[in-house]
Each structure stands twice: as C-alpha cells, then as structure tokens.
Design a protein around this ligand. Structure first.
Ligand code: NDP
Length: 244
C-alpha cells in the first residue's frame, strides 16, 4: 500500500468528493481524519466505511468558513493523527448567482469557505505537517472556465490554484509539495448528474459525461503518493477534457 504509515487530513470528508478521497487514502494505507460542517451522520458513515474495511479514521466538526472553528478542527485532527503527512483541502461551497443578483453575503460565504478556510487551515496545520508532506487543494475547472451565474465561485477557485502555486514555492525548502486538482462536473449532492444544470454542463465535456468521485480520489491518491515526488505548484484538470 503506497501510503502505509502516512497520516491524512481531508476537510469536508463526510460526503461527495471528500468522502471518496478519505476512503481512497485509507485504502492506500493512510490513517485518516476528516472534518465536516454539520452532517454528523454522513461523517460517521465515512468513518464506519473506512473502519469496516480495516482502516483507521476520525471525524471532527469544523466549519471551514469560521476561522476559530477551522483552527480547532485542524488541531483536533492533528492531535488524533499525531502529525500530518497529507493535507487535502476539499471543503467547498457553490452558490449560483449572477452579478445582478450577487450580495455581500453570497461573496463572503464562498470566499470564506473556499479561500480563507484553506488559508486558515493551512497555517493551523503547518506546525503539524511533516517535512516531505503533501498539500492538495480541490479547486475547480470553473477557476479557468466561465459558466453563467458562477463568477464568484469561479473567482474563489482561481484563487485556490494561485494559493497552491505560491505555497509550492514557500514550502519547497521543506520538500512539502503543493498542488491543485481541478474537477469538472462530478456527480455529488453539490452537482447531481440528474440536476437542473446537468445537460448544460455535460455539453461542455468532450467525454460527454459527468465524472465520478472515485476518479477525483484516484488523482489525489497519486499526488499524495511516492510517484508524485517531483510534482509541485501544478494544476491537474480532471474534467473529461472540458478545459482543453
Ligand atoms: P458536496 O456538497 O457534495 O460535499 C461538500 C462537503 O464539504 C461535505 O462533506 C460538507 O460537509 C463539507 N463542507 C461544506 N461546507 C463546509 C464548511 N463550511 N466547513 C467544513 N466542511 C464543509 O460537494 P462536492 O463533493 O461536490 O465538492 C467537494 C469539493 O469539490 C468542493 O471544494 C467543490 O467546490 C469542488 N468541486 C466540485 C465539483 C462538482 O461538480 N461536484 C466540480 C469542481 C469542484 P457536511 O456533510 O457536514 O455538509
């Protein structure tokens, strides 16, 4: 198992892409801690699934949009894990709104979770992050492509990729590798493949379908593992060719 003996913290690991990442890293041998916003039942289900498969997992409630809560969650997770080898910032929110309808609250909520949450969480994790570790940020292909009524969300995800490029340089001396994974449309509660916008989104995807959470988790596993030892500061699109 490529991540045997490693520890991983996955934010927003109760559902969707984050839950799949947590399960995959655990399957690869890592001890895993997840955070969640409020869905304790889903968080417990992820932990149970990992433990039933013979892995080790912990869950902590932490609102990535609230700096004190985010810091406390990272501290609890790091204490449970001992130290952190792999930090995956997956927690994110998306709100459909065109500029004519945007409000300060819509802006602040998305930047608060999707950008500031990563900044606060990474600073809290740094003292616990082992040299040679990995930081993987879940951005979005929306950071590169414009869809109607998603400008603020897209701007948060462009910022995510920019943070990764900067942190890759800041942390290179510790051999901590920092990369962004940018999913295209992935079938989750946030973006169901049978939802109102699915047809419109699939039209942008050359492969003609939504991706699965496992397809994102596989890429995260690769970036977290030994074969990715010379990859830092880059962005990996997993989008069925949408951004090509
Ligand atoms: P879901 O809405 O299905 O799941 C979101 C997860 O994040 C849940 O575990 C949720 O916890 C957690 N979460 C949400 N808000 C917070 C918060 N404030 N603090 C802590 N945890 C939080 O989303 P996806 O799985 O679809 O998305 C995961 C990531 O992937 C996001 O960053 C998203 O922007 C990105 N992405 C998704 C795409 C898609 O098509 N699905 C495409 C491109 C990027 P809880 O269960 O407690 O609510």
């Amino acid at each position: 198992m490529s991540l045997e003996g490693k520890t991983a913290l996955v934010t927003g690991g109760s559902r969707g892409i984050g839950a799949a990442i947590a399960k995959r890293l655990a399957k690869d041998g890592a001890k895993v801690a997840i955070t969640y916003a409020g869905n304790e039942a889903a968080a417990d289900a992820t932990v149970q699934a990992i433990q039933s498969a013979g892995g080790t997992a912990f869950a902590f409630q932490a609102n990535a949009g609230d700096p004190a809560s985010q810091r406390a969650g990272v501290e609890q997770a790091a204490a449970a894990l001992g130290s952190v080898d792999i930090l995956v910032h997956n927690a994110g929110v998306a709100e459909f709104s065109a500029i004519a309808d945007d409000t300060d609250e819509i802006y602040d909520r998305q930047f608060g979770v999707n950008v500031k949450g990563l900044h606060v969480g990474t600073r809290a994790a740094l003292p616990h992050l082992n040299d040679g570790g990995r930081i993987i940020l879940i951005g979005s292909v929306s950071g590169e492509l414009a869809f109607p009524a998603t400008a603020v969300y897209s701007a948060t995800k462009a910022a995510v990729a920019a943070l990764a490029r900067g942190w890759a340089k800041d942390l290179a001396s510790r051999n901590i590798l920092v990369n962004t994974v940018q999913p295209g449309p992935i079938d989750t509660d946030m973006n169901p493949a049978d939802g109102d916008f699915a047809k419109q989104m699939t039209a942008f995807v050359p492969l003609g379908r939504y991706g699965t959470v496992e397809e994102i988790a596989g890429a995260v596993s690769f970036l977290a593992g030994p074969d990715a030892s010379y990859i830092t500061g880059t962005t990996l699109n997993i989008d069925g060719g949408a951004a090509a």
